[in-house]
Design a binder for this molecule. Structure first.
Ligand code: KG4
Ligand code: ZN
Length: 360
């Protein structure tokens, strides 16, 4: 079947048409209009501006994806969680198309979408997924460990008690005056740094639960920058804010700072995932959400997963589908469409707080 996916929960207006069957979830056409340039100057996503930009972009994006295409068999739209200003735009467009084309509608959970980003473009992707799957979902808004017992059957094992992992990256990046989103920039600088130079805290790492806390890490970064100065070893440094950076005589570099900060986040994420893996013995470990683009996290988790006995299969998003996209929303809708779990267009609601593990 052909499923049209629509995603507008944060700062990407994304539309994708996929061909979905048990043999795989393959993209036919897709287009994403990013708002990063618009939000950059504010240092984060401004909900009102995001809503307006989604409203301006969404119809041209739908039009481009559907050019020369027959109408789809189903429409899947992110109806939560996310920013209400963006969700409303996607939901209204999806519901209108559903009514006009007389095509069934599926209200999709954004996190369920991220989980399915690991199955896109893979031969027999849905068929090959082995349960139970332990999912580490790490994005700008979420950090959760979820046990997936089957398609549509999720149990929350652990959650962040304050900031999400992506938020921790973005907040430290903001202290360094990097543009939003800062995660990719921190990890780029980290590549050439020493991760053992600054002993950032590993919050809750050894606690006897599967929850996370990252707010203290940002505060530790703030105090470190207040009390220390960084040498700039980078041959092409960013514009340096006064007071934060000193002359290149100091030993600790911007690269070391980023590497140490990244290592602290990775250590906590991997330790908690391993704790959960030892307890629940999953057949698959699935890493998804925007922060799964982080190479250090992927490599460390892969290495530790391989050391478990028996070793679960580790899956990460198909390249190009780490960050928010509509193809993953359409992909996750496939198993709902198969079971005819449709949402009446008169009843669909945008729900900014929808939890994937809570039955609707
Ligand atoms: O899933 P996503 O696109 O949007 C949300 O649903 O939040 O995730 C965006 C987050 C941002 O916080 C961004 O800084 C982070 O993913 N991110 C990274 C990397 N690439 C994106 N964090 C660390 N390292 C990266 N390479
Ligand atoms: Zn996301």
């Amino acid at each position: 079947m052909r499923i049209l996916g629509i995603e507008s929960s944060c700062d990407d207006t994304s539309v994708a048409l996929i061909d979905a069957s048990d043999k795989g979830l393959f993209v036919i056409a897709e287009k994403t209009a990013s708002q990063i340039d618009i939000h950059k100057k504010y240092g984060g996503v401004v909900p009102e501006i995001a809503g307006r930009a989604h409203a301006e972009q969404i119809l041209p994006v739908v039009e481009e994806v559907m050019k020369n295409q027959e109408k789809p068999d189903a429409i899947a739209v992110t109806s939560g969680p996310g920013l209400i200003t963006g969700l409303l735009v996607g939901v209204e467009v999806a519901k209108t198309l559903s009514y006009l084309w007389n095509v069934p509608l599926i209200g999709m959970n954004h996190i369920e979408g991220h989980i399915h980003s690991t199955l896109l473009e893979e031969q027999d992707g849905p068929k090959n997924l082995q349960f139970p799957a332990l999912c580490l979902i790490v994005s700008g808004g979420h950090t959760s460990l979820i046990l997936m017992k089957n398609f549509g059957d999720y149990e929350l094992l652990g959650n962040t008690r304050d900031d999400a992992a992506g938020e921790a990256f973005d907040k430290a990046a903001k202290l360094l005056q990097f543009d939003y989103p800062g995660g990719p920039k921190i990890s780029k600088y980290a590549e050439a740094g020493n991760p053992n130079v600054i002993p950032f805290p590993r919050p809750m790492m050894h606690d006897d639960n599967l929850d996370f806390s990252f707010a203290g890490l940002k505060t530790a970064a703030l105090y470190w920058l207040r009390d220390n100065a960084l040498a700039v070893a980078d041959p092409n440094p960013i514009t340096l804010p006064t007071g934060i950076f000193a002359t290149p005589s100091r030993a600790i570099t911007l690269n070391d700072f980023c590497a140490s900060y990244e290592q602290a986040i990775v250590d906590v994420l991997v330790a908690k995932t391993m704790k959960a893996a030892k307890k629940y013995k999953p057949k698959t470990i699935l890493l998804a959400g925007g922060v799964s683009a982080n190479k250090k996290l992927r490599e460390t988790l892969q290495k530790e997963t391989a050391e478990l006995s028996p070793a679960p299969i580790m899956k990460v998003p198909t390249p190009g589908y780490y960050m928010d996209n509509a193809a993953m929303i359409a992909a996750a809708a496939y198993h709902h469409a198969k079971k005819k779990e449709f949402t009446n267009w008169k009843e669909i609601n945008a729900d900014p707080n929808w939890k994937v593990y809570e039955k609707k």
